[in-house]
Design a binder for this molecule. Structure first.
Ligand code: 5RP
Length: 236
């Protein structure tokens, strides 16, 4: 499979650069979700077919299916405990390395995998690098039960944090609510600018009914930024 346009080529550049820069024989890997991570998983499959010995834990059913298709051996956290390295994408990343994730609705599994990894490397195309997070709507995973009450509580928290009147929308797919791999809904918060990502990240998950939020603060150790000309930069 080849990249089909400029953004895809930049994603390919980031996803494939990871193999030489970070992947070593014997590693236990977290396999991220989204199109950039999937370029990494495809390149990893090729490296495995050339003799690399690694195992991976996928962050979504989509990534699991792709890993099986390209021949990356899979395992579980139950079997291996911790992971050496996770490679995952982002919807936005700021100069401090704080990210918005969950554009593909996989944030809960992604956070579990990131949390059990010794190191997280973020792979993005250059369009994802921003000065301030928030133009991309912040995904918040909520349980289905009485989800409108959870949505109201999110709204109240945003008021308290000095971001009143933020539009919240339940994510839809194929004419109905999108349901995540864990059976939950996603509420997207259209913040436009997130004043204090660390405060918001830590407080959102205290709301009963919120399972996880897409603000990943202090998680990415290094960032691989791909460009449309096929080159890349690594920033720590
Ligand atoms: C999925 C994610 C993805 O990593 C994020 O949406 C980036 O996706 P892509 O690489 O397709 O732009 O967080 O939940």
């Amino acid at each position: 499979m080849q990249p089909s346009n400029e953004q895809d080529r930049a994603k390919w550049a980031a996803g494939t650069a990871v193999i030489d820069a970070y992947i070593r024989d014997g590693m236990k890997l977290g396999l991220g979700s989204g199109t950039t991570s999937h370029w990494f998983v495809r390149a990893l499959g090729e490296a495995v077919s050339n003799g690399l010995n690694v195992v991976g834990v996928p962050t979504s059913t989509g990534t699991r299916d792709l890993a099986l298709e390209v021949g990356v051996p899979l395992t579980t956290l139950a079997e291996v405990g911790r992971l050496d390295l996770t490679v995952d994408g982002a919807d936005e990343i700021d100069p401090a390395g704080h990210m918005i994730k969950g554009g593909g609705a996989c944030l809960l599994w992604e956070r579990i995998i990131a949390d059990t990894s010794n190191k997280v490397v973020c792979v993005v195309d250059e369009g994802k690098v921003v000065d301030q997070l928030g133009k991309f709507p912040l995904p918040i995973e909520v349980v289905q039960y009485e989800w409108q009450a959870t949505e109201r509580a999110i709204s109240s928290l945003l008021d308290e944090l000095g971001q009143p009147g933020v539009k919240l929308t339940r994510r839809e797919k194929d004419g109905g609510p999108l349901v995540t791999d864990s059976g939950n809904f996603i509420v997207d918060a259209h913040l436009e600018a997130i004043k204090d990502p660390i405060a918001l990240d830590s407080q959102l998950n205290w709301i009963p009914g919120v399972v996880e939020n897409g603000l990943f603060t202090g998680i990415a150790a290094e960032v691989v930024i791909g460009r449309a000309d096929g080159s890349h930069d690594i920033r720590d």
